[in-house]
Design a protein around this ligand. Structure first.
Ligand SMILES: [Zn+2]
Length: 335
């Protein structure tokens, strides 16, 4: 059994040349963890959001390790969320660093603004179809637009395939696609040191939201984000990792226990949602309201993603079916 404390885990990672840089964000999640890998190429994993404050802190924290943004040779992007990649364009302008990310996401990352616009339209449509009132969807859309400035487009120069090895002088990192929290989530595995850089795929203090996002392959079908996320967690569970470095908060030193706990929680929530649907048919929004009472506007999409994710599990088990009256989708029990 690994008995490492989070502090000891960070120390062990630092001895392996992996340093956690905690970059501020304007979002409720708080700071984002980026990682400096002191190796050849000199590498940064994620950048933090696009703000002067984040840029200053990134520069200062790199300087504390004797480096500058200009020195970076490789930038690795873990997934498409703006708190992780907002400074990418600026970092590349300063450093000329190559950019590695899962190849499936390359087009999306290169067209950030257009993509964000399409993503919002997708979310609005999804919310309306699941019973969320129009004024709430409009409010959320303007919140989302106001966040966009913290993002960035980025040209992926080193598109990665699932399983591909990234060679360094002193190590190899294997890129593993672990979609769920977002469709582009990618983790980076140092098998020799048993260190996994997992970003938002696994976070110790919060359950990663399986956000419903447009599929990367351009298909029009709504993805089953939670189903996909649970599959991804099961894959990670089988890995002999000693240290899992997250995108937020402290490192994880017992990922198997954490994953088991998360899967058990999803199981309980699924049963709770089943009971609500068995009482009477409800839309996704009605289920969310029954669970969380007054859903704050900013949480409307998160909670809907959560409900739809669990309803997908129930639909796949054939315990629940979707009934579409042409306007709103409702879930009803099959039994
Ligand atoms: Zn994220």
């Amino acid at each position: 059994m690994s008995a490492l404390t989070p502090e000891a885990a960070l120390e062990q990672a630092a001895l392996a040349g992996i340093h956690c840089l905690r970059i501020p964000t304007p979002f409720a999640v708080g700071r984002v963890n980026c990682y400096l890998i002191e190796d050849e190429p000199l590498t940064l994993v994620d950048t933090g959001p696009n703000s002067g404050k984040a840029l200053d802190e990134l520069g200062a924290q790199l300087a504390a390790h004797g480096h500058s943004i200009d020195d970076l040779e490789l930038l690795i992007i873990t997934h498409q969320h703006i708190d992780h990649l907002g400074l990418a364009e600026i970092v590349v302008e300063h450093s000329g660093a190559r950019v590695a990310a899962i190849g499936l996401a390359a087009e999306r990352l290169a067209n950030f603004s257009e993509d964000a616009e399409r993503e919002d339209a997708f979310a609005v449509e999804l919310m309306l179809r699941n019973g969320i009132p129009e004024d709430v969807t409009q409010a959320l859309q303007s919140v989302s637009r106001s966040f966009r400035g913290w993002g960035s487009k980025v040209q992926v120069t080193q598109p990665l395939e699932d399983g591909q090895a990234i060679p360094f002088r002193d190590r190899t990192l294997q890129a593993l696609h672990r979609p769920g929290h977002s469709p582009s989530d990618t983790v980076f595995w140092d098998e020799e040191r048993r260190i996994l850089i997992a970003a938002d795929h696994l976070i110790a203090h919060i359950s990663s939201n399986p956000l419903i996002t447009r599929p990367l392959d351009g298909s029009a079908r709504r993805p089953q984000a939670l189903v996909t996320y649970i599959e991804s967690m099961r894959k990670t569970r089988e890995m002999p990792a000693e240290i899992v470095l997250s995108g937020h908060g402290e490192p994880i030193t017992d990922h198997v226990a954490l994953i088991d706990d998360r899967i058990a929680k999803h199981e309980r929530r699924k049963e709770k949602i089943y009971r609500l649907i068995a009482e009477r048919p409800r839309s996704g929004y009605e289920v969310a309201q029954a669970i969380w009472k007054n859903v704050a506007v900013t949480q409307a999409f998160l909670t809907l993603s959560e409900v739809i994710g669990h309803a997908d599990l129930l639909v796949n088990e054939e315990r629940v079916r979707e009934v579409d009256d042409g306007e709103v989708i409702r879930y009803e029990a099959t039994g």
